[in-house]
Design a protein around this ligand. Structure first.
Ligand code: IPE
Ligand code: IPE
Ligand code: MG
Length: 262
């Protein structure tokens, strides 16, 4: 095999050459989406199809999270936002919510080392203070530990709802208005008071499991995001799906209401 005569840096590339690496090699590294946001949906259905409890689907979904993060980090994406728990998800049975919170803690503890090794910065958006205290503590520890990392920023949307976020931004604006007497309210002013301040708007929004809706995710920020929906259920999502989404993104013409370049 040729690989023996190649220097190690090339050798690893050849050894890893599988179908997903073929896909990844087609991606134009100069035209990557800066920010990818994912609605990770379909865990319950994945479990149901296997006659397993829903939580087994959430656990399997953690593997997909690992793959998605790894793929974005390897590609050189700057921001990845993962919708993990919505403000509406509290409507689910208490037992499922409790297990989801436990899984979240388990995930953060288990993955922290690897996230840090990859120079990933962890962040959260949502009404974090309403999450159980042990969850908040573990999240905070992971955020503190990875704060200075300069690689991919992974933002977990937890107890997140876009309408709640916009309401919170309005409250902030009104508060500042009362304090300062005057305040210019334009698009930038609103953006800067959202949970996502400092994060660019998503360029590519992925949803798994085939639902054609936003489910209260990044309603303001996704105004011009390219949307990519796959029937794949979240636990079956692999780096190959992510590469496919990015390749598809690179074929799109983003016009922002103008006439484009053609
Ligand atoms: C997404 O999977 C994970 C969360 C919302 C926490 P679901 O649990 O919504 O799975 P389905 O949509 O019922 O299959
Ligand atoms: C969206 O999925 C929320 C997350 C992925 C965390 P849901 O399963 O809650 O959304 P709906 O109910 O299908 O709209
Ligand atoms: Mg769902």
């Amino acid at each position: 095999m040729q690989t023996a005569i190649l220097p190690p840096v090339f050798r690893s590339k050849v050894i890893g050459a599988g179908p997903e690496n073929d896909l990844s090699s087609q991606i134009d590294r100069e035209r990557l989406p800066r920010h990818i946001a994912i609605i990770m949906d379909g865990n319950g259905r994945w479990a149901q199809r296997r006659k397993l409890p829903r939580i087994a689907g959430h656990r399997a979904g953690m593997r997909a999270v690992r793959q998605g993060i790894e793929a974005c980090s390897t590609l050189g994406i700057s921001f990845l936002t993962l919708y993990a728990f919505s403000v509406e998800n509290w409507k689910r049975p208490h037992s499922e919510v409790k297990l989801l919170m436990a899984l979240l803690r388990e995930y953060v503890k288990k993955e922290l080392e690897e996230l840090d090794r990859r120079k990933i910065r962890l962040a959260v958006i949502g009404r974090i203070r309403e999450l159980p205290l042990p969850v908040q503590r573990d999240l905070q520890a992971a955020i503190d530990r990875t704060r200075h990392n300069k690689g991919l920023q992974v933002t977990l949307a937890l107890n997140y709802g876009a309408r709640t976020e916009i309401v919170d931004a309005f409250r902030e604006i009104i508060k500042e208005l009362k304090e300062n007497g005057a305040l210019e309210v334009d698009e930038r002013a609103v953006s800067r008071r959202l949970y996502t301040q400092g994060i660019p708007d998503p360029d590519l929004l992925i949803r798994t499991s085939g639902e054609m809706r936003l489910s209260n995710f990044l309603l303001w920020q996704a105004a011009y995001a390219e949307i990519w929906i796959t029937d794949t259920l979240w636990p079956d999502f692999t780096r190959r799906d992510l590469f496919q989404a990015v390749l598809d993104f690179q074929k799109r013409e983003r016009r922002y209401g103008g006439l484009g370049i053609g």
